[in-house]
Structures are given as structure tokens and as C-alpha cells.
Design a binder for this molecule. Structure first.
Ligand SMILES: CC(=O)N[C@H]1[C@@H](OP(=O)(O)OP(=O)(O)OC[C@H]2O[C@@H](n3ccc(=O)[nH]c3=O)[C@H](O)[C@@H]2O)O[C@H](CO)[C@H](O)[C@@H]1O
Ligand SMILES: [Mn+2]
Length: 355
């Protein structure tokens, strides 16, 4: 009996304890979610996903809203989409090749998010001559059907050609000084992108794509490239052993990569990601270049060397195949012409370096 009384009298105590723990847990989760929601950076990073979730919730609301049918070819786990190329990195980032994705499925997802893309190009001095072709081909092939802001950094705003734009797309001309030579140009590209991320891009777009202006679009380039951080395989080095990559090797430079490190050699001509990620990348590269400058050293391939160092330590979430930065001249100069105009694994040239 005494035993029973004790257990009975103890019951409210443990019940109370459990209640206290329960309340504590609720308070903790509220604090955590509150932090995530109020923290501007996470808000920015998660906002796209949150928006998509809201829409998805709306669609699946139990009021019986009619769902749109999703009739797409079935993926088959036992049949790889491509057998001739690697389609995924060891850190599980997709490598974007023709034939590995279904653009209709991707469009369906990105349209729900009402995605806006900023395409950044620099056209300083004589490089303004490339703008017309760049913009005209981008209007034809780049993110068709999406809202696009072309951010053109130039010292010659009057030379920016006026070309007809599709709905929801605009050219934003941003005047920068005429850097004395390409060395300075290279140094400032990262700085300017980083500064404008804070001042403009955060408010205006979801993703940034940074491209060289001496290129032309020759095929569809769409939302398949978008990811929080992406880099592009350089057309001259994608098949090589890393010891043969033109990484900066001198330990005095912040861009140094030793012989036994390295994944890919990325081109400086096309990279991008979400605004916060591009902000972080450009800021880090600019700071590293300034340290180099103080130490009177310049990386062998300037900002491209720093970009490669950054992407080695901050793995990109998508890697674009050389389809997105093809260089005909380079291919012809390698003496591989007996293999044809293109190597067999390049199914579609989407962006062509065209000087
Ligand atoms: C084969 C090779 O060595 N390639 C290097 C070279 O690429 P590229 O030869 O592709 O450099 P580039 O002349 O295209 O310059 C890069 C971009 O900077 C802009 N621009 C450059 C110069 C100028 O006077 N006005 C202007 O607007 C323009 O957007 C151009 O597309 O230079 C890059 C640095 O920039 C990287 O170091 C590359 O590795
Ligand atoms: Mn170039």
C-alpha cells in the first residue's frame, strides 16, 4: 500500500517535469524558427524556397483545387542519362550536359518561384563592340520567358546598343571608370560585382550570372544552370589531370593550389549563383587579389586563378559542362580535327567564345 501511495504521489511531479520539458522544447523551437525567419541572410537564401512552398501549399490545399497533370517521361534509375560523360561530382553536384535534364520539369519549378535573373557583363573600352551580338543572342536564347536584368558595366554608356527586348527584360547601364589596362580591369571586376550586390542586386534579382562579353549564345541557356553557386568547365582543360591545370602554383599568391589538390579548372568567363553566394565569392576573390597586390604578385590567370581557388574550397552546387563556354579556335588548335568539328560528347554548343 505504502508503495502504491508513493507512486501515486510521485505521478504529478513527473507529469509536471514532462510539461516543463515540453514547454521548454516549444520555446526553443520557436526561438530557432524565429531566428531563421528574422535573420536577413537566411531569409534571403531561403526566401525562394519558402515562396515555392507557399505556392505548393496553396495548390495542395484540401479545398479540392484541381491539380494540373504532370505528364513527363519517367526517369529510370537503371538507365543513366549519359554514359559517355560524368554527370555528377563526388560532392553530388550535377554536371550539366545536354540530355541529362528535362527543361519542362525545371521550368515548371522555376516559374512557380517567379525567378528573376541578373546577367552581368563588363564592356570597357573597345569591348563595347561585343555588346550588340551578346545582347541580341541573349534575347534569343538566354532564360527565355523569364524576367532578366542585363547589368552592363561600361565606361561608354552612349555606346550601349539599343536592342528590342522581350517583356519583363531590361538593360541597366552602370557607369564605371575606364581602367587603365586589363590588369586593373581584372582586379576591379570582382570588386564592382561585390559592391553592387549590396547596393542593387539583393533587391532586384534572385540569381546572378556573370559572363565575358566576347561570347555569343548559340542555343538555349535556361534555368538548368541556376543553383546557389555554379562554375563552368573551361573548354581547354576539362579532360586533363589536375597537375596540368593552369592553376596558380606560387605559394606567395593567395590563389595558390598545390599539385595534389583541385577538382576542375573553371573558366572565368561564366559563373554565378544566388545573390548572397555571388556576393561572398566576388568579395573573397577581390580581397585575395588585394592581398596579392600588396605583396606585388599577380596570379597567373588573374581573377580566373582566384575563382578556381574559391571554388575548390567552396564547392559549387552545379557544374556547367564546356557546352556553356565552347571555344572553336581552341579545339581546332589542339590538333583534334580528325575527330570532327566537335568532340563526340559535346552534343550542343550553347555559348561560344567569339572574339
Ligand atoms: C586564355 C587566357 O589567358 N584567358 C584569360 C583572359 O581571358 P580572355 O582573353 O577571355 O579575357 P577578355 O579579354 O575576354 O577579358 C575578360 C572580360 O573583361 C571585360 N573586358 C576586358 C578587357 C577590356 O579592355 N574591356 C573589357 O570590358 C570583357 O567583359 C571581357 O570579356 O583574361 C581573363 C582575365 O580577365 C583570365 O585571366 C583568362 O584566363
Ligand atoms: Mn573573354
Amino acid at each position: 500500500m505504502a508503495q502504491l501511495v508513493r507512486t501515486l504521489s510521485e505521478k504529478p511531479k513527473s507529469y509536471l517535469l514532462r510539461q516543463v520539458i515540453f514547454i521548454l522544447l516549444i520555446a526553443l523551437s520557436l526561438a530557432f524558427f524565429g531566428y531563421c525567419y528574422l535573420n536577413p541572410r537566411s531569409q534571403k537564401l531561403e526566401s525562394i524556397q519558402a515562396r515555392a512552398n507557399k505556392i505548393v501549399r496553396k495548390i495542395y490545399h484540401p479545398q479540392g483545387v484541381k491539380l494540373r497533370r504532370r505528364v513527363f517521361p519517367q526517369p529510370n534509375v537503371l538507365r543513366p542519362s549519359r554514359r559517355d560523360v560524368h554527370v555528377i561530382t563526388p560532392w553530388l553536384a550535377p554536371i550539366i550536359w545536354e540530355g541529362t535534364y528535362n527543361i519542362d520539369i525545371l521550368n515548371e519549378q522555376f516559374r512557380l518561384q517567379n525567378t528573376t535573373i541578373g546577367l552581368i557583363v563588363f564592356a570597357i573600352k573597345k569591348h563595347v563592340i561585343y555588346l550588340k551580338r551578346f545582347l541580341e543572342t541573349a534575347e534569343r536564347y538566354f532564360m527565355v520567358g523569364y524576367k532578366v536584368n542585363y547589368y552592363i558595366f561600361t565606361d561608354r554608356p552612349d555606346h550601349v546598343p539599343r536592342i528590342p527586348l522581350q517583356n519583363g527584360r531590361q538593360v541597366v547601364i552602370l557607369k564605371v571608370q575606364s581602367y587603365s589596362h586589363s590588369q586593373n580591369m581584372s582586379l576591379h571586376r570582382m570588386e564592382v560585382i561585390s559592391n553592387f550586390s549590396e547596393q542593387h542586386f539583393y533587391r532586384e534579382v534572385d540569381y546572378l550570372v556573370c559572363a565575358d562579353v566576347d561570347m555569343k549564345f548559340t542555343e538555349h541557356v535556361g534555368v538548368e544552370i541556376l543553383a546557389s553557386l555554379f562554375g563552368t568547365l573551361h573548354p581547354g582543360f576539362y579532360g586533363l589531370n589536375r597537375t596540368n591545370f593552369p592553376y596558380e602554383r606560387r605559394p606567395q599568391s593567395q590563389a595558390q593550389i598545390p599539385e595534389d589538390e583541385g577538382d576542375f579548372y573553371y573558366t572565368g568567363a561564366l559563373f554565378g549563383g544566388s545573390v548572397p553566394e555571388v556576393h561572398r565569392l566576388t568579395k573573397a576573390c577581390h580581397q585575395a587579389m588585394m592581398v596579392d597586390k600588396d605583396n606585388r604578385i599577380e596570379a597567373v590567370r588573374r581573377e580566373e586563378s582566384h575563382l578556381n581557388k574559391y571554388l575548390l574550397y567552396h564547392k559549387p552546387s552545379k557544374v556547367l559542362s564546356p557546352e556553356y563556354s565552347w571555344d572553336k579556335q581552341m579545339w581546332e588548335n589542339t590538333g583534334n580535327q580528325q575527330l570532327g568539328d566537335l568532340p563526340f560528347y559535346i552534343k550542343r554548343i550553347r555559348l561560344l567564345i567569339a572574339k
